[in-house]
Design a protein around this ligand. Structure first.
Ligand SMILES: Cc1ncc(COP(=O)(O)O)c(C=O)c1O
Length: 429
């Protein structure tokens, strides 16, 4: 008898989740490329920079490591991560409070799985938090942030949200520098948010995966101000240019070690442990040292200048875009062109991005996929479509920040400037 698998996931639907707009934009980009058209890929949020050489060398040396490692992670890596938090962020913890996973995304999924409570997400936010909650069957509560505040959460907004249902158990996501805006918080703002989080005893999942890509190197962890309730999420994917290596870290306060243990139980029945050679190499990454610091400063300078250049170009043409403070994203708002776009039959951010791609070859992601209302004409630009290896090597020969000027950006990141000019001209046309 032939098995009948009818209708199972023909649309790749899981629990009613539709195919993501990200995939749709990618498919369209591939189609245009096949037709021989030039496509500017400003959609995918992947670091353009290479993995620092000392970390690559360490991976080579450890290629022979073949044994399963402890489920919580390689002890010396957990130690290195704990030391890193203490040294770099003044958040002192022990190796026992660190867990290593195959990407912070997986750890986030397990956190939601083991903790019964709502997931509170300020919008706009990274694309995967909400789908993970839906897969597990958790309630998602959105907090709508505002353009006037660079789409960042305020303490008042969090307070108002918590007041609605006082005793509800909840995990609140705070991501900064943020995907998709590139915005961060001042120390005072973090203190205010921490006070509200503490008052309502929320679990704060502080997604600091872009922390080391704060353009001024001044990232502050909110765990300093709410140590007993904050889980710091980090990893190698962004600052170390190693997204494909799949290594993420969660650092817990002692008071939440029961959650950490629950995640370890889940991990033991799912991924077992993170790839051994990658964990050994990651020890080198977290120990840092001069060569890695120099590399990191060059990456920050390039991202800083580039982010400012692109957002200035957009602002100059009336497309409101906050200058990014970190990461490699900016988040333009095209609403001042609403009437003009309407006349072209464009009413939503998804329609905007689809038409922009068809007309100009520039692929960006609609604000809708980051949890914004469909009719809000926002979008995310990931400014990573350049040869990061070439750029960082060139910057290594420079001494001072100011030398990364328009000429440098034009030489090493020229396609990005061109892509943003195409966006501006398309809007004005
Ligand atoms: C805000 C944010 N958090 C978490 C992740 C997941 O990172 P990883 O699973 O590679 O550690 C990403 C990846 O794009 C991200 O943008």
């Amino acid at each position: 008898m032939r098995a009948n698998f009818h209708n199972i996931n023909l649309n790749l639907n899981v629990r009613g989740l539709p195919q993501s707009a990200t995939l749709a934009i990618n498919e369209k980009s591939n189609e245009l490329k096949k037709q021989g058209k030039k496509v500017y890929r400003l959609g995918l949020g992947q670091s353009p920079f290479p993995v620092p050489q000392p970390v690559v060398e360490e991976l080579k040396v450890n290629a022979h490591q073949k044994d399963y490692l402890p489920v919580m992670g390689l002890p010396q890596l957990r130690e290195a991560v704990a030391e890193y938090h203490c040294r770099m962020q003044g958040v002192c913890c022990s190796a026992d409070e660190v867990i290593i996973g195959p990407g912070s995304k997986e750890l986030m999924f397990l956190l939601q799985y083991v903790y019964y409570g709502d997931l509170v997400i300020p919008t706009p936010s990274w694309v995967s938090y909400a789908p993970q909650a839906h897969m597990i069957g958790r309630q998602v509560r959105w907090i709508k942030t505002h353009r006037e505040n660079k789409w960042r959460l305020t303490a008042e907004e969090l307070e108002r949200h918590c007041q609605q249902d006082y005793d509800k158990p909840r995990i609140v996501i705070l991501n900064y520098p943020s995907n998709p805006v590139g915005a961060t918080y001042t120390e005072n703002e973090l203190i205010e948010i921490a006070e509200i989080a503490e008052k309502h005893k929320v679990i704060l999942c502080s997604d600091e995966i872009y922390g080391e890509l704060h353009h001024g190197g001044n990232h502050i962890s909110i765990a300093k101000f709410y140590p007993e309730g904050t889980i710091i999420s980090g990893g190698l994917s962004k600052w170390c240019g190693a997204g494909g290596w799949r290594l993420g870290t969660f650092t817990f306060p002692k008071s939440l070690n029961w959650l950490q243990r629950a995640i370890a139980v889940m991990a033991s029945e799912t991924f077992t442990s993170t790839s051994a050679p990658i964990q050994y190499a990651a020890v080198r990454a977290f120990k840092r040292g001069n060569e890695i610091e120099e590399y990191l400063w060059r990456c920050r300078w390039i991202l800083d200048k580039l982010g400012k250049k692109l957002s200035d170009l957009l602002n100059k043409d009336g497309i409101y875009t906050p200058n990014p403070d970190g990461a490699f994203y900016c988040f333009p708002d095209f609403s001042s062109f609403r009437e003009k776009l309407k006349s072209k039959g464009i009413h939503t951010s998804t329609e905007l991005c689809t038409k922009l791609l068809e007309d100009t070859g520039v692929a960006i992601l609609p604000g809708e996929v980051f949890g914004r209302p469909a009719e809000e004409l926002t979008a995310r630009i990931a400014y990573v479509d350049f040869d990061g290896n070439r750029a960082v090597n060139a910057a290594m020969h420079l001494n001072i920040k100011d030398v990364i000027d328009d000429k440098f950006i034009g030489t090493y990141c020229g396609d990005l400037v061109k892509a943003v000019e195409l966006i501006c001209n398309w809007m004005k046309d």
